[in-house]
Structure formats: C-alpha cells, structure tokens
Design a protein around this ligand. Structure first.
Ligand code: MN
Length: 330
C-alpha cells in the first residue's frame, strides 16, 4: 500500500518523544486515516504518532481491513514512488500483486514477506489479482534507511520461508531481524526486529528481547495483554529500551500482535507523502522529479512495466517549509 492521503502533513506536529532508556508502558491510540482514491478505505495508523515518530527504524505502520472484496476490483494502487525507506508488506488475509520498476511481479500471500528497498528511488503498484480471495487485511510498514544507506540502488526481495518460533501457547513468525536466537533472511540496514506473534486462548508467555533496542507492540486482534495491561485492537504500546523480555498474554479467544523494535534511530527524518528524506529542499526535489517522471522527463524512479494505467500524481506541498524530526538524545 501507499500513503494515498491527498493532503499529507509532515510529521512535526505535537511534542517530541524522547527514546526511553528504561522500560515504560505508554499506550498510543491509532488514528483513522481515510485514504483517497476511487475506493476509499480507512486505515488505522499508529506510526508515525504525535508522541512517537519511530520505533527503532520503523517509521510507518498502517493496519487495514478486513475488507470484503468479493466481486470488486479490491486494492488498486497505481504506480507511485518511494525514497529512503523499505516497505514491509505483511498480509493477514487475502492476496496482493506487487509490481515495481526493478522488474518484480510478485504475488504476496499471508505469512510471506515482500520487502522493497526504495533507496534512492523506486516506483511500485499494488493491485488485487483478478482471482483474489474474498477478504483483504494487512499491515503496511515502513523502515527508514539510515543516512549512510539511504541512496542504495532500489531492490526487491520476497521471502516465502521465514523463521518460526514456538514456546508453549506462543507461536511467532520472524519477519525482519533477530529474535530468540533466530535470524530473518530479510535485508536490514539497522539493528531491527519485527515479528508476528500469536497466542493461544488464555496463553501466557515471555518473549525474549534485546535490551539495547526500544520496542513496541501493535495489537492486531482483541485480547492482547502486554506486561499485564490490556491493549485495544489496533492500538500500540511503547515499551522503551532496557527489557530482557516482555510478558504477553492472550484472552479467551487468543490474541495476535506485532512486535516491532530496533536500535533507536537518532537521525533527523522528514517524511512527506511516500518519501523519506532529511530536509524540505530534498522533499521538494523528490516531488519535482516524480512529477517529471510522470511525463517521461525523469528516469529517477523508473516505471512499472505491464501496468495498465496512469501513475499517481503527487499531492500539493504545504505552503510552509517542512521541518524534520529527530528523537532527542537519551
Ligand atoms: Mn507504496
């Protein structure tokens, strides 16, 4: 998925959240963001949050669906650009076709990771295949690339096989990074973890964590209990750094959650629309090049072969200068 907001705002509003060096438990509500386009859809966004711009290098988290896509075109996101980030496409139900400007054409299914490294610039489209299943639900996550790697050549990886962990009533798929001695094959540019964790009915478990990382849990279902506290579906709880493990529990119907974490990214970031950059002028330049690319006057972002339709136009920039955000040092 793309950030389809027609009036995206920079992520500077509100107070700056410091990286907590100690374990904390701070509940963050999702905000509902209506995506534009002909098939309007509301997503539940937890990152960036007014009180939490990033968790490790995780900088964007949308939870969408479940949507009944029977007899409809389903997801139809035309070609659009990205810079300075990786997109992590994680489906919970349904199927999506990913096509991009480095020649990828990939069916994405639940339990499989599609990881697109935008680096200096890429274009991709996401559509429901003609024979799609009836329901679509997924998580769209972005990972910011650190300054030293953010201009790498764009590339795409698909991982159908990922490490699986289980311990009593806990079962997890390790999407990115390292957890409990296992390592995901996905390319990561900063120390990171992302895992899809399921808890059986009334299960209680402890998940080991890297104390140098900050962590957060996104409640994918009802019934998520973290550190003894109930986390409403679609909400996030920020856990800070310094934890060797976290206590998780599932309600009577079990629970499903996403663990996100990583080494705190203490760099200035400026996110606007589908771009991650560092300052206003760079974002303006990205936008100008994308608008030129739409007329064939720039090749920076490439184009998506075999896509039948026009690329997305960039929204208008706000009239004020965009300001980057940095997590204040601990
Ligand atoms: Mn996208």
């Amino acid at each position: 998925m793309s950030n389809l907001e027609r009036h995206p705002h920079e992520t500077t509003a509100g107070g700056l959240a410091t990286v907590s060096p100690e374990p904390v438990r701070r509940l963050l509500e999702a905000r509902e963001v209506p995506l534009g386009g002909t098939r309007a859809m509301v997503v539940r966004r937890t990152l960036p949050h007014r009180d939490l711009p990033t968790v490790g290098a995780w900088c964007f988290a949308d939870d969408y669906g479940p949507s009944d896509v029977r007899g409809s075109a389903g997801m139809q996101v035309p070609p659009h650009p990205h810079t300075g980030l990786q997109t992590v496409t994680w489906l919970l139900e349904g199927e999506v076709r990913h096509q991009d400007s480095v020649g990828s054409d990939q069916r994405v299914r639940p339990g499989q990771l599609s990881l697109m490294t935008a680096g200096r610039g890429i274009t991709h489209a996401e559509t429901s295949p003609a024979d799609h299943p009836p329901t679509l639900r997924g998580l769209q996550l972005w990972v910011a690339l650190p300054d030293r790697d953010r201009h790498v050549a764009p590339h795409f990886e698909h991982h159908a096989e990922l490490p699986l962990l289980s311990d009593g009533g806990l079962a997890a798929t390790l999407i990115v990074g390292e957890l409990a001695g296992q390592r995901s094959p996905a390319t990561a540019y900063t120390p990171l973890v992302g895992a899809d964790v399921s808890l059986a009915a009334d299960a209680v478990a402890r998940l080991p964590l890297e104390p140098a990382f900050e962590h957060a849990v996104l409640a994918v279902s009802e019934g998520v209990v973290v550190d003894g506290e109930h986390v409403a579906k679609a909400a996030m709880v920020y856990l800070g750094c310094g934890r060797r493990d976290v206590a998780l529990a599932g309600g009577p119907a079990g629970a499903r959650l996403l663990l996100l974490g990583g080494a705190p990214l203490e760099e200035e970031l400026l996110m606007w629309w589908n771009f991650v950059g560092r300052d206003h002028d760079e974002i303006v330049a990205f936008r100008t090049e994308w608008e030129a690319a739409r007329t064939g006057a720039s090749t920076r972002f490439g184009s998506v072969p075999r896509y039948d339709g026009a690329p997305l136009a960039a929204p208008e920039l706000p009239t004020v200068r965009l300001k980057p955000r940095r997590r204040p040092p601990r």
